[in-house]
Design a protein around this ligand. Structure first.
Ligand code: MV4
Length: 448
């Protein structure tokens, strides 16, 4: 087992990883930017190294500083968390060449999963349902028009190097397709340094369902069920839950089996997530695979009874999974609300600054994953999420009630947060009835 792990991240996920390490008897190294000197992850870790100024590009994204910090402290492994360098194949390759274990899949797997067009082609070949569209990337305008005519409009053009909503355009006609093709290519080239694009039939108001996978290097692959992540605003998830509401048992079984098939097809090793879009008839289609630990992993931990971060570390240390699929017993319902320092009444504008008063909720079935504390100053440089409130109850409606109760208990003063907006979501009849899709949030806001 590793003796010491460096956490190449900040905020709540750095704390989450430190907690897992402590329980596994592993020493921890925090890295921090000058803006994070007073952060809890620095306090909780056994050692800490300042890696640069506040701007992420000069600290949490600065590969030489992070590698140096690992070398200086003799850390044998680096946990990247999510965001920053978590899905950067180049970074994981540098770790590999420095004999530092990157806690995640191989750089080869990260690179392959990063090319969405290639991933789609591979999954087609493996019999995983994919959205009708191109087989691999689009070479010419004629090819795009031909495919669109075959599958019918509307279609969506996506950047092969994109994902998470970046670099995509919808086209309803031949003329708009020609335009969308050009602009998506230009945007993709500027954003990702690759103008590769592919085409899919556009699915109206899909649900976003994802399957959590654990796979060890001995070929054991298991799933921990699915999450519904449809409650999003501009591709930022706000609330996630497990199990996905209203899925017929046979659909749940099939989507989890498809997740396993995806992981097995790429010989996946680590914790990972397979994302699907689902239409109103419960047809589901593979869209991409995430090779990192995800923000919303706690809802799965709670219903499946597995510590996903510990398992991810054990897998990276070449351990065999100590349980089988049959050992996973799902129970109850879990919901997570992301608490962001944003003003929901002002277009979700970031609201950095000092938290003058802070008291977190508690009581039965409540978990708070947060680096916030009274007096904490939220720096302006990073993502605005200051914590996650996660609840468990036996049924979905009871979990909603518990979340409403916990949100009522949350006291945060000095900054604006998404707490009032979460109360709006939870009290909505369509949400309560499980009747929602990725278009839901736009029915509560003025955007789009
Ligand atoms: C789609 C789609 C409809 N049809 N693909 C957005 C994020 C990226 N991972 C994939 N996305 C979408 N792909 C087809 N063929 C609609 C979306 C989409 C979406 C997906 C998941 C969650 C929220 C979303 C919000 C808008 C659009």
């Amino acid at each position: 087992m590793f003796k010491k792990i460096l956490i190449a991240n900040r905020g709540e996920i750095a704390l989450r990883i430190i907690r897992a390490c402590k329980e596994l008897g592993i020493k921890t190294v925090a890295v921090y930017s000058e803006a994070d000197r007073d952060s809890l992850h620095v306090r909780y870790a056994d050692e800490d190294v300042c890696i640069g100024p506040g701007e992420a590009g000069k600290s949490y994204l600065h590969v030489p500083s992070i590698i140096s910090a690992a070398e200086i402290t003799d850390a044998e492994a680096i946990h990247p968390g999510y965001g920053f360098l978590a899905e950067n194949a180049h970074f994981s390759e540098i770790c590999e060449s420095c004999k530092i274990k990157f806690i995640g899949p191989s750089s080869d797997t990260i690179r392959k999963a990063g090319n969405k067009s290639m991933a789609r082609k591979v999954m087609m070949g493996a019999g995983v349902p994919v959205i009708p569209g191109s087989e691999g990337d689009i070479k010419t305008e004629e090819q795009a028009l031909e495919i669109a005519n075959k599958i019918g409009y509307p279609v969506i053009i996506k950047a092969a190097a994109g994902g998470g909503g970046k670099g995509m355009r919808i086209a309803h006609t031949e003329i708009s397709l020609t335009n969308a093709l050009m602009s998506t290519k230009a945007e993709a080239n500027a954003a990702f340094g690759s103008d590769e694009v592919y085409i899919e039939k556009y699915i109206e108001e899909p649900r976003h369902i994802e399957v959590q996978i654990l796979a060890d290097k001995f070929g054991n692959v298991i799933h921990l069920g699915e999450r519904d992540c449809s409650i999003q605003r501009r591709h930022q998830k706000l609330l996630e839950e497990s199990p996905a509401p209203g899925l017929p048992p046979d659909v749940r079984e099939k989507i989890c089996a498809a997740g396993l098939n995806v992981a097995r097809t790429v010989n996946y090793v680590s914790a990972g997530t397979v994302e699907f879009l689902m239409d109103k008839y419960f047809n589901f289609y593979f869209i991409e695979m995430n090779t990192r630990i995800q923000v919303e992993h706690p809802v799965t931990e709670i219903v499946a009874g597995v510590d996903i971060i510990k398992q991810q570390i054990l897998i990276a240390a070449d351990k065999k999974l100590s349980f089988k699929q049959e050992d996973i017993k799902f129970s109850g319902h879990s919901i997570e609300c992301r608490i962001n320092a944003e003003d929901p009444d002002n277009n979700f504008m970031p609201s950095p600054g000092q938290i003058t008063t802070y008291s977190a909720p508690g009581g039965p079935g409540v978990r708070v994953d947060s680096h916030a504390y009274q007096g904490y100053i939220i720096p302006p440089y990073y993502d605005s999420m200051i914590g996650k409130l996660i609840v468990k109850e036996n049924t979905r409606l009871e979990a909603i009630k518990r979340m409403e109760r916990a949100l009522d208990e949350y006291i945060i003063e000095g900054i604006k947060t998404t707490i009032p907006f979460h109360k709006k979501i939870l009290s909505n009849a369509s949400f309560q009835g499980g009747k929602f899709n990725t278009g839901f949030i736009s029915t509560l806001t003025n955007d789009e």
